[in-house]
Design a protein around this ligand. Structure first.
Ligand code: NAD
Length: 257
């Protein structure tokens, strides 16, 4: 029997087959969960629907996290179909391309706010919407994805690093608020992976190569490793863990030089 048997999971952030959210959705299905996916806009719907079919997940609807009406619609539909929710994955981030290329010093007010809104505030808005559905199930578990740039100044990661720092702080405050409802909130800090989002970061792949050379495990991280750890953190196996950022980065973050 899988560790997510009988659980109902909402996974936000699948764009294509390389998405970390997709690795998590696949693992949750393999571990017995029912999974609902969302998509950001009609272009991505075409990618997400066939993926959902591949693993027997459902597509619950369109979700742009800057749109409160779409957040409301997705959670209304979840209430109607499932009546409750056990797990939610937030794998959403955005920064303007030029803000990942220029000096951080030059980030525009608008670029800064947009990045923080989509990459950090959205977790708060979604957790608020998820709370009553998770309470209906006696508790739940929320997981977001972060990166080392939250706690170190990683070249070119720029405003995204600031957004990840805010995201990790949101995880701690949400954990404090939602703990009494038996809802856990954690972040998984992943190593570099080739995805649509990471391709926007200048020299990301040179950096990824450096990680492979210096990390204790002397290799890159596999997206399946994110999927497996995410499923564990979302499940009862991690029932005593909340407010934490856990690294799945082949050990790179511990290396001093
Ligand atoms: P991805 O491009 O596959 O996923 C990013 C997702 O964010 C997409 O599905 C996109 O639709 C969604 N998104 C962006 N703006 C949105 C909005 N306004 N509303 C709704 N959705 C929106 O890339 P990924 O690398 O799988 O990214 C998933 C998460 O993992 C992100 O938080 C990213 O920062 C994090 N992460 C990625 C890496 C990496 O190396 N790829 C490393 C650590 C953390």
């Amino acid at each position: 029997m899988g560790i997510a048997e009988g659980r109902r999971a909402l996974v936000i952030g699948v764009a294509n087959e390389k998405s970390l959210a997709w690795a998590i959705a696949r693992e949750l299905r393999a571990q017995g969960a029912e999974v609902a996916l969302t998509y950001q806009g009609a272009m991505l719907e075409k990618r997400v629907r066939p993926l959902a079919e591949q693993v027997g997940a459902s597509v619950i609807g369109e979700l742009d996290v800057t749109r409160d009406d779409q957040i409301d619609a997705v959670f209304a539909k979840l209430r109607e179909t499932w009546g409750g929710l056990d797990m939610m994955v937030h794998a959403v981030a955005f920064a303007e391309r030029e803000d990942l290329r220029e000096r951080f010093l030059n980030v525009s007010r608008q670029g800064f706010l947009r990045s923080l809104e989509i990459s950090a505030y959205s977790l708060v808005a979604l957790a608020r919407a998820a709370e009553p559905l998770m309470q209906a199930r006696g508790g739940g578990s929320i997981l977001t994805l972060s990166y080392l740039g939250a706690v170190r100044a990683v070249p070119n990661y720029n405003v995204m690093g600031v957004a990840k720092a805010a995201l990790e702080a949101c995880v701690r405050y949400l954990a404090l608020d939602l703990g009494p409802s038996n809802i856990r909130v954690n972040a998984l800090s992943a190593g570099p992976a080739r995805t649509l989002s990471s391709s926007a970061i200048r020299d990301y792949y040179t950096m990824a190569h450096e990680v492979e050379k210096r990390a204790p495990l002397r290799r890159g991280m596999e997206t399946e490793e994110v999927g497996r750890m995410a499923a564990a953190m979302l499940s009862e196996l991690a029932s005593g863990v909340t407010g934490q950022t856990v690294y799945v980065d082949v050990g790179y973050s511990i290396v001093g030089f």
